[in-house]
Design a protein around this ligand. Structure first.
Ligand SMILES: [Mn+2]
Length: 347
């Protein structure tokens, strides 16, 4: 939609939140590091300012973020939670790291009538403006946490992120680090490194955070990765790489969907590969595709590929949900990817 753009300031969002008694923080379903980091950081900033705020998480929860959440009160969504305390008495809502109804499905009926008291902060190129009346959207931000860092400074009342309390600096660092692939992806920018530096100055222990978030997997994750790699196929002179994971793969690896994060990054280590996809069969028999691509002149815009398939995201990282069965989803993905690769010039 055309009015997917900033229409307010972070200062006004801070005033809006501080003026509310209790604040719910929503993010996209199956929250990742940026989703968890940004919501936990704002929850703690508001608590520092004497307000009651808590994140609400929907969809599969990844236990690797348990330590990050710590003792901060959060709501793990259940169908009945929307009618009960603490969600029955909310003065303001902040949606972070998404603005798409498709990623807020579980919250939709609760959230839609609250749009006038809802604010959103996002860094994605597309979204639904009717999710929130107050919007700050910065597509140049490497992570939602990059924008949220400034909001936290306003809420806590400090000049710079170097002065943020450590319990706010840590989750911000997790969001920034994970959304940039630990400062490897194309979204790495001077601003991202400046914030990272500020957060380290605030006391963040990089090695500890890395170990908690990235070196904390179950053996099931490697077993699932083995199966994903075994399924790897190349197309278009090894420019396109596609992997699939069926429900049987999850069963045999004794893994669940939370163990499959980041697999689409793996084929990019091959020199010829310009874009990669991993397609996962869901429990419902539908499919979920994740896309990644490399930069450069012949870069494949996987946001366009995902959009063609009803999804979206960023130029180098995007996703889409497809109807099943897995084999037909795989066919659609290969078709869309190779067509986009052919359009991407420099061939
Ligand atoms: Mn993000």
């Amino acid at each position: 939609m055309s009015d997917w753009a900033t229409n307010t300031t972070l200062e006004r969002i801070a005033v809006h939140l501080l003026g509310a008694g209790r604040i719910a923080l929503l993010t996209h379903t199956r929250p990742d590091g940026d989703a968890v980091g940004s919501t936990i950081a704002v929850a703690r900033a508001l608590q520092h300012a004497g307000r009651e705020a808590f994140p609400v998480y929907t969809g599969n929860w990844s236990p690797r973020f348990d330590q990050l959440v710590g003792h901060t009160p959060v709501v793990y969504e259940a169908p009945e939670c929307w009618d009960e305390a603490p969600l029955d008495d909310i003065g303001a809502v902040l949606v972070l790291d998404t603005g798409s109804w498709s990623q807020l499905m579980e919250a939709h009926d609760w959230l839609e009538p609250r749009h006038a008291t809802t604010a959103l902060i996002d860094h994605h190129a597309h979204g639904d403006p009717d999710v929130a009346d107050l919007r700050v959207i910065e597509t140049s931000a490497a992570a939602a946490c990059e924008i949220v860092g400034r909001l936290c400074c306003l809420i806590v009342g400090v000049e710079s992120a170097t002065q943020l309390p450590i319990d706010i600096a840590e989750p911000l660092y997790v969001g920034l680090a994970t959304d940039t692939g630990w400062f490897r992806h194309s979204n790495v920018s001077p601003a991202a490194f400046r914030l990272a530096g500020d957060l380290l100055e605030a006391g963040v222990d990089h090695e500890r955070i890395f170990e908690i978030v990235e070196q904390n997997d179950r053996p099931a994750r490697l077993a699932l990765m083995q199966r994903a790699l075994a399924s790897l196929e190349y197309f278009d002179d090894e420019r396109i790489a596609v992997m699939t994971l069926s429900q049987e793969d999850f069963l045999k690896a004794e893994a669940d969907i939370g163990d499959a994060g980041g697999f689409a990054d793996l084929p990019r280590m091959v020199g010829t590969v310009r874009a990669a996809a991993v397609i996962i069969e869901t429990e419902q028999g539908t499919a979920k595709a994740s896309f990644r691509s490399k930069g450069g002149e012949d870069s494949v815009d996987v946001n366009l590929v995902a959009q063609q398939l009803g999804g979206g995201g960023h130029k180098h990282a995007a996703g889409a949900r497809l109807p099943g069965p897995l084999a037909s989803a795989r066919k659609s993905v290969i078709q869309a990817l190779t067509a986009q690769e052919a359009r991407s010039g420099a061939r």
